[in-house]
Unconditional design. Structure first.
Length: 196
Protein backbone atom coordinates (compact mmCIF):
# COMPACT_ATOMS: atom_id res chain seq x y z
CA UNK A 1 0.00 0.00 0.00
CA UNK A 2 1.40 3.38 -0.98
CA UNK A 3 0.96 6.10 1.61
CA UNK A 4 1.57 9.83 1.62
CA UNK A 5 3.68 10.99 4.54
CA UNK A 6 1.96 13.81 6.48
CA UNK A 7 3.89 17.09 6.67
CA UNK A 8 4.23 18.78 10.06
CA UNK A 9 2.74 22.26 10.09
CA UNK A 10 0.61 21.57 7.03
CA UNK A 11 -1.16 18.25 7.75
CA UNK A 12 -0.70 18.00 11.51
CA UNK A 13 0.37 20.24 14.37
CA UNK A 14 -0.15 20.52 18.16
CA UNK A 15 -3.82 20.15 19.09
CA UNK A 16 -4.76 18.18 15.95
CA UNK A 17 -6.25 14.69 16.18
CA UNK A 18 -5.06 11.67 14.27
CA UNK A 19 -7.79 9.18 13.33
CA UNK A 20 -6.19 5.77 12.91
CA UNK A 21 -7.39 2.70 11.00
CA UNK A 22 -5.45 -0.51 11.58
CA UNK A 23 -5.50 -3.93 9.89
CA UNK A 24 -5.34 -5.78 13.24
CA UNK A 25 -8.36 -7.98 13.90
CA UNK A 26 -9.39 -6.19 17.12
CA UNK A 27 -9.23 -2.84 15.30
CA UNK A 28 -11.36 -4.14 12.45
CA UNK A 29 -13.89 -5.39 14.99
CA UNK A 30 -14.09 -1.96 16.63
CA UNK A 31 -14.53 -0.35 13.20
CA UNK A 32 -17.33 -2.79 12.32
CA UNK A 33 -19.21 -2.05 15.56
CA UNK A 34 -18.78 1.68 14.97
CA UNK A 35 -20.17 1.38 11.45
CA UNK A 36 -23.45 0.23 13.03
CA UNK A 37 -23.80 3.57 14.78
CA UNK A 38 -23.76 6.02 11.88
CA UNK A 39 -22.26 6.52 8.45
CA UNK A 40 -18.77 7.98 8.26
CA UNK A 41 -16.35 8.51 5.37
CA UNK A 42 -13.43 7.20 7.48
CA UNK A 43 -14.10 4.76 10.31
CA UNK A 44 -11.16 4.72 12.69
CA UNK A 45 -10.53 2.33 15.55
CA UNK A 46 -8.21 4.67 17.45
CA UNK A 47 -7.43 8.36 17.90
CA UNK A 48 -4.35 10.21 19.09
CA UNK A 49 -3.81 13.86 20.02
CA UNK A 50 -0.78 15.61 18.50
CA UNK A 51 1.62 17.19 21.02
CA UNK A 52 4.45 18.18 18.67
CA UNK A 53 6.17 17.06 15.47
CA UNK A 54 7.28 13.74 16.98
CA UNK A 55 4.94 13.06 19.90
CA UNK A 56 1.29 12.30 20.48
CA UNK A 57 -0.74 11.52 23.58
CA UNK A 58 -3.42 8.84 23.62
CA UNK A 59 -5.41 6.56 25.87
CA UNK A 60 -4.51 2.98 24.99
CA UNK A 61 -4.07 -0.35 26.75
CA UNK A 62 -1.85 1.15 29.48
CA UNK A 63 -4.02 4.22 30.00
CA UNK A 64 -3.03 7.75 28.99
CA UNK A 65 0.45 7.59 27.49
CA UNK A 66 2.75 9.48 25.18
CA UNK A 67 3.62 7.88 21.86
CA UNK A 68 5.92 8.43 18.90
CA UNK A 69 3.94 9.58 15.86
CA UNK A 70 6.23 7.81 13.39
CA UNK A 71 4.89 4.54 14.85
CA UNK A 72 1.66 5.45 13.05
CA UNK A 73 2.98 7.35 10.03
CA UNK A 74 5.61 4.75 9.07
CA UNK A 75 3.46 1.64 9.58
CA UNK A 76 2.17 0.32 6.24
CA UNK A 77 -0.68 -1.52 8.03
CA UNK A 78 -2.12 1.75 9.32
CA UNK A 79 -4.06 4.56 7.64
CA UNK A 80 -4.11 7.96 9.34
CA UNK A 81 -6.40 10.94 8.77
CA UNK A 82 -5.27 14.20 10.39
CA UNK A 83 -8.01 16.61 11.54
CA UNK A 84 -7.61 20.22 12.64
CA UNK A 85 -10.23 21.65 15.00
CA UNK A 86 -12.05 24.68 13.62
CA UNK A 87 -10.68 27.91 15.10
CA UNK A 88 -7.76 26.24 16.89
CA UNK A 89 -5.48 28.89 18.42
CA UNK A 90 -2.51 29.01 20.79
CA UNK A 91 -4.57 29.42 23.96
CA UNK A 92 -6.80 26.47 23.05
CA UNK A 93 -3.81 24.27 22.17
CA UNK A 94 -2.37 25.05 25.60
CA UNK A 95 -5.64 24.14 27.32
CA UNK A 96 -5.98 20.88 25.33
CA UNK A 97 -2.43 19.74 26.05
CA UNK A 98 -2.65 20.84 29.69
CA UNK A 99 -5.72 18.64 30.18
CA UNK A 100 -3.94 15.73 28.45
CA UNK A 101 -0.91 16.20 30.69
CA UNK A 102 -3.08 16.19 33.83
CA UNK A 103 -4.76 12.94 32.78
CA UNK A 104 -1.32 11.46 32.12
CA UNK A 105 -0.08 12.63 35.56
CA UNK A 106 -3.21 11.18 37.19
CA UNK A 107 -2.61 7.79 35.50
CA UNK A 108 -6.04 7.83 33.81
CA UNK A 109 -6.74 4.18 32.89
CA UNK A 110 -8.17 2.74 29.69
CA UNK A 111 -11.91 2.01 30.02
CA UNK A 112 -12.03 -1.68 29.01
CA UNK A 113 -15.38 -2.36 30.68
CA UNK A 114 -16.90 0.80 29.23
CA UNK A 115 -15.76 -0.32 25.78
CA UNK A 116 -17.74 -3.54 26.22
CA UNK A 117 -20.80 -1.60 27.41
CA UNK A 118 -20.39 0.86 24.55
CA UNK A 119 -20.33 -1.93 21.94
CA UNK A 120 -23.54 -3.34 23.42
CA UNK A 121 -25.21 0.06 23.12
CA UNK A 122 -24.26 0.30 19.45
CA UNK A 123 -25.58 -3.18 18.69
CA UNK A 124 -29.03 -2.46 20.08
CA UNK A 125 -28.85 1.23 19.12
CA UNK A 126 -30.67 2.31 22.26
CA UNK A 127 -29.05 5.72 22.25
CA UNK A 128 -30.59 6.34 18.81
CA UNK A 129 -34.06 5.46 20.05
CA UNK A 130 -33.88 6.93 23.57
CA UNK A 131 -31.92 10.16 23.21
CA UNK A 132 -31.77 10.77 26.98
CA UNK A 133 -29.43 7.76 27.26
CA UNK A 134 -26.77 9.70 25.35
CA UNK A 135 -26.21 11.89 28.40
CA UNK A 136 -25.62 8.92 30.72
CA UNK A 137 -22.31 7.03 30.97
CA UNK A 138 -22.13 3.80 28.99
CA UNK A 139 -23.01 0.69 31.01
CA UNK A 140 -20.06 -0.80 32.91
CA UNK A 141 -18.07 2.46 32.56
CA UNK A 142 -15.37 2.86 35.22
CA UNK A 143 -15.60 6.47 36.48
CA UNK A 144 -12.51 8.42 35.47
CA UNK A 145 -11.40 5.86 32.86
CA UNK A 146 -11.43 6.70 29.15
CA UNK A 147 -11.34 5.04 25.76
CA UNK A 148 -9.12 6.80 23.20
CA UNK A 149 -11.80 9.02 21.65
CA UNK A 150 -13.36 9.90 25.01
CA UNK A 151 -9.91 10.98 26.20
CA UNK A 152 -9.35 13.27 23.19
CA UNK A 153 -12.93 14.56 23.43
CA UNK A 154 -12.43 15.30 27.13
CA UNK A 155 -9.28 17.29 26.33
CA UNK A 156 -11.25 19.43 23.86
CA UNK A 157 -14.17 19.72 26.30
CA UNK A 158 -11.83 21.28 28.88
CA UNK A 159 -11.20 24.34 26.70
CA UNK A 160 -12.98 27.67 26.63
CA UNK A 161 -13.47 27.38 22.86
CA UNK A 162 -15.00 23.88 22.57
CA UNK A 163 -16.66 23.20 25.94
CA UNK A 164 -20.12 24.16 24.63
CA UNK A 165 -20.07 22.29 21.31
CA UNK A 166 -23.18 20.26 20.46
CA UNK A 167 -21.24 16.99 20.81
CA UNK A 168 -20.48 17.66 24.47
CA UNK A 169 -23.98 19.00 25.16
CA UNK A 170 -25.65 15.91 23.69
CA UNK A 171 -23.33 13.05 24.74
CA UNK A 172 -21.75 11.89 27.96
CA UNK A 173 -17.99 11.92 27.45
CA UNK A 174 -17.81 8.12 27.93
CA UNK A 175 -20.03 7.66 24.83
CA UNK A 176 -17.76 9.52 22.43
CA UNK A 177 -16.32 6.94 20.06
CA UNK A 178 -14.10 7.72 17.04
CA UNK A 179 -17.10 7.96 14.67
CA UNK A 180 -18.90 10.51 16.86
CA UNK A 181 -15.71 12.51 17.33
CA UNK A 182 -14.97 12.43 13.58
CA UNK A 183 -18.53 13.30 12.51
CA UNK A 184 -19.78 15.67 15.20
CA UNK A 185 -16.82 17.71 16.45
CA UNK A 186 -16.27 21.07 14.67
CA UNK A 187 -13.33 20.17 12.43
CA UNK A 188 -11.84 22.49 9.85
CA UNK A 189 -12.76 21.23 6.34
CA UNK A 190 -10.14 19.24 4.49
CA UNK A 191 -8.19 21.33 1.99
CA UNK A 192 -9.77 19.47 -0.92
CA UNK A 193 -13.29 20.13 0.49
CA UNK A 194 -12.92 23.92 0.40
CA UNK A 195 -14.69 25.89 -2.28
CA UNK A 196 -12.59 28.20 -4.41
Amino acid sequence: MKTIQPVYGRDFAPGYTLFIKNTRLISQGIEWFESLEEACDFIASHVCLVVNENTGVECAEHGVQYTTLTDYFDNTNIQVVCREPEGLDGLTIGQVLDCAGKMYDNHTPYDYTGLVGFIGIIIIKLSGIFHFLRKLPVPLHIPGARVCSAFVGDCYKHTDKYKNTELFKNYNISRIDPVLLYNRFPWKPFRFDKTR
